[in-house]
Write a protein that binds this ligand. Structure first.
Ligand code: DHB
Length: 392
């Protein structure tokens, strides 16, 4: 198989890149060792920054967001049992959209299929060679069991948080931060619990009340990383939410059937450099964030929004200059998002080794943020996302 860009990874980053390249006449082949159904049913975050929405809709990648997504003009920070509204629209004139990542994936895969893109799910044994040469090769076993080879000119590693491609970068440095907690996530058959998302710092832990549809909601509570989904019965789960959310306003979740339970492990991670020779990393392959603040998918889209025009410029004019600075330019946004995700995580979770000072200081921080318009503006700016044109 001959193509210009071989893309390893058919999640949102790989598919979006392939879509953007195709719009500018650059051909690509996308490979993923997971099946379409596996990716489509893997629940991830649900918030798209305004810039991600513009990228997806203006390039014809996904059209359903305005009709099937929900626009949110803010969030609630809840602590001491009281909600504090952060009004993004008023503070920074921006909003975000609730649109689940697995729907974004389904739409992007459908768009590539509609446009005749070569996207292969369920492949095996992907190996990349020759990234320092003009003819890199990707060997793999196709879903039907036949051995195949892609001869390409550029390789993009968009192969997620367990990336193999990133191992090919010599002299790489891995910047890592681990956290002593995880998230217990559920999908439940219950109505919307609030008009916007609630990020709650409770005395004994964190909870996030998110949404999906009028009938199904997504919620998480902080748990120990050693927890498994079966450790908690439905009743224990609802009781735990009640305990974390309890407050003088009497707010309580409306219970319903729990249709999915998962434990999410997380960490902060950045690999530098993000490129070597004719290999470029994008999305989780190069960086992962803890889920608090929902930056993961948005960062992946921001990467490919830089990488696609750089690849197009090289393909059309033979000019590599934009490609050569891709990683450096992407890193600016990545570290801002790392900082924001880390900050939100630290500010809202309960540390198991917390003493009374740590706990009181944390409440002091939450008070400061929610009582200062400038602080709230900073949070709003980070949450809704930095403008794309600052990074091109
Ligand atoms: C969701 C997940 C997040 O991590 C977040 O910050 C917001 C929303 C979600 O799954 O809906």
């Amino acid at each position: 198989i001959r193509t210009t860009v071989g893309i390893v990874g058919g999640g949102p980053a790989g598919l979006m890149l392939s879509h953007l390249l195709a719009r500018d006449g650059v051909d690509s082949v996308v490979l993923d060792n997971r099946t379409h159904d596996t990716i489509a049913t893997t629940h991830r975050a649900g918030i798209l920054e305004a810039g991600s929405v513009r990228l997806l809709t203006q390039t014809g990648a996904i059209s359903r967001i305005p009709t099937e997504g929900y626009e949110h003009a803010g969030i609630y920070l809840r602590f001491n049992g009281e909600n504090h509204h952060i009004d993004f629209k008023e503070l920074v004139g921006q909003t975000v959209w609730l649109y689940p990542q697995n729907d974004a994936f389904i739409d992007l895969a459908a768009t590539r299929a509609r446009d005749g893109g070569d996207v292969r799910f369920g492949v095996r044994d992907v190996t990349v060679e020759g990234i320092e040469t003009e003819r890199p090769m990707i060997d793999f076993t196709d879903a039907d069991g036949t051995a195949k080879r892609i001869e390409c000119e550029m390789v993009v590693g968009a192969d997620g948080s367990r990336s193999k491609c990133r191992d090919l970068v010599p002299g790489r440095v891995k910047h890592t931060m681990t956290y002593p907690f995880a998230w217990f996530g559920i999908l439940a058959k219950t109505p919307f619990q609030a008009d916007e998302l609630i990020y709650c710092h409770g005395e004994s832990g964190f909870a996030l009340i998110s949404q999906r549809t009028p009938e199904i909601q997504r919620m998480y509570f902080q748990c120990d990383p050693s927890t498994t989904a079966d450790d908690w019965t439905d009743e224990q789960i609802w009781d735990r939410f009640d305990e974390i959310l309890a407050g003088p306003d009497g707010f309580r979740l409306q219970r319903g059937e729990i249709i999915e339970k998962t434990v999410l492990q997380f960490r902060s991670f950045v690999q530098e450099p993000m490129q070597h020779g004719n290999l470029f990393l994008a999305g989780d392959a190069a960086h992962t964030v803890p889920p608090t603040g929902a930056k993961g998918l948005n960062l992946a889209f921001a990467d490919v929004a830089l990488l696609a025009p750089a690849l197009v410029r090289w393909a059309r004019l033979g000019d590599r200059s934009e490609l050569d600075t891709y990683g450096e330019r992407a890193a600016k946004r990545i570290w801002k998002a790392q900082n924001f995700s880390y900050w939100m995580t630290q500010m809202l979770h309960t540390h198991t080794d917390a003493n009374s000072f740590t706990t009181k200081r944390q409440l002091g921080e939450l008070e400061s943020v929610t009582s200062s318009k400038d602080s709230m503006k900073y949070l709003a700016e980070c949450y809704t996302g930095w403008p794309y044109d600052l990074f091109t």
